[in-house]
Design a binder for this molecule. Structure first.
Ligand SMILES: CCCCCCCCCCCCC/C=C/C(=O)SCCNC(=O)CCNC(=O)[C@H](O)C(C)(C)COP(=O)(O)OP(=O)(O)OC[C@H]1O[C@@H](n2cnc3c(N)ncnc32)[C@H](O)[C@@H]1OP(=O)(O)O
Length: 268
């Protein structure tokens, strides 16, 4: 871990990860992405954490995207290697067996918006602005934005956003279905995200993991394939001790007590 961490981690059943580069609007440099990768991997494998919240430090930006200082002087092969590494970090978030909620405390541009798109879902501060301005820099989104934004809002809106660099307001993002909850006051975004995450920890951990897995597989697989995976996972859940406890608790009119977080299965 570097002497001056770019990421702080507050461990717990809901683990809070905070991007700590406020002087540059939490721009994502190699160190920060590496620390984020390590923290998500460790938390997912902890067996005790049940959800992750990611937010930015400061009250202006969630993240201003890739650190532009790292983009100069790269030859194509070095850029490709780094891009691939950056994509791998966001893919770890996108395939995490735990729910990952982005508490978007302000501007999320470029790789910062791509980080939001890699999360399970975001909670947006009212002042949040989301955009992919790369084309204006002669770049293109390189951390999954061309794929994930299209799947979230459809090709027309996504393409327009990437070609024009439009900054979506939080209300517009909510209209587009980029967030399941209405935007909240900036000073409530982390609290709201933590409360939402804590609610998820009261639900069956294996069931949560199976839902995440089934939904993610639906993004690329034919419906028939997704339905087969769903029925297999649903059958597993139905016969699980978790379901036995959940149904028993319902019948006995008490709060279910689910075991430790499900051990993450290796994503196939
Ligand atoms: C393990 C993986 C390693 C990967 C290594 C990377 C190599 C390959 C990467 C390829 C990545 C492809 C995918 C992603 C691409 C991108 O994300 S490109 C960047 C997109 N983002 C932007 O264009 C936003 C740029 N910033 C702004 O528009 C504005 O700063 C702002 C966010 C709207 C805020 O404006 P304002 O309040 O006026 O503040 P500023 O004065 O502009 O900024 C304050 C200081 O912060 C610095 N800064 C801001 N953004 C960045 C940034 N993205 N990178 C680096 N530094 C940034 C800004 O320069 C100011 O610094 P000082 O002048 O020194 O104060």
């Amino acid at each position: 871990m570097s002497a001056n961490p770019s990421l702080t981690v507050e461990d717990g059943p809901v683990t809070l990860l905070r991007l700590e580069r406020p002087d540059v609007h939490n721009a994502l440099n190699s160190d920060l992405l590496g620390e984020l990768d390590t923290a998500v991997a460790r938390t997912a494998a902890s067996g005790t954490a049940r959800a992750i919240v990611i937010t930015g430090s400061g009250d202006r930006a969630f993240s201003a995207g890739a650190d532009l200082g790292e983009l100069t002087g790269l030859d194509a092969s070095e850029a490709h290697a780094r891009l691939t590494r950056g994509q791998q970090v966001l893919n770890r978030i996108a395939t995490c067996p735990l729910p990952v909620i982005a508490a978007v405390n302000g501007t999320a541009l470029g790789g910062g918006f791509e980080l939001v798109l890699a999360a399970t879902f975001p909670v947006l501060a009212q002042n949040a602005k989301l955009g992919l301005p790369e084309a204006g820099l002669g770049l293109i989104p390189g951390y999954g934005g061309t794929q994930r934004l299209v799947r979230s809002v459809g090709p027309q809106v996504a393409t327009h956003a990437m070609l024009t660099g439009t900054r979506l307001t939080a209300d517009r993002a909510y209209e587009l279905g980029l967030t399941p909850v209405p935007p909240v006051a900036a000073d409530e975004v982390v609290t709201t995200a933590l409360e939402t995450a804590r609610d998820l920890t009261t639900r069956g951990p294996a069931a949560i993991q199976s839902i995440l897995s089934a939904v993610r597989s639906s993004a690329d697989a034919p419906t028939e394939t997704g339905l087969r995976l769903e029925s297999a996972l649903a059958a597993l859940a139905t016969g699980s001790p978790e379901a036995a406890e959940g149904i028993a608790a319902f019948r006995e009119k008490r709060t279910p007590v689910f075991g430790d977080a499900a051990q993450p299965r290796e994503e196939t």
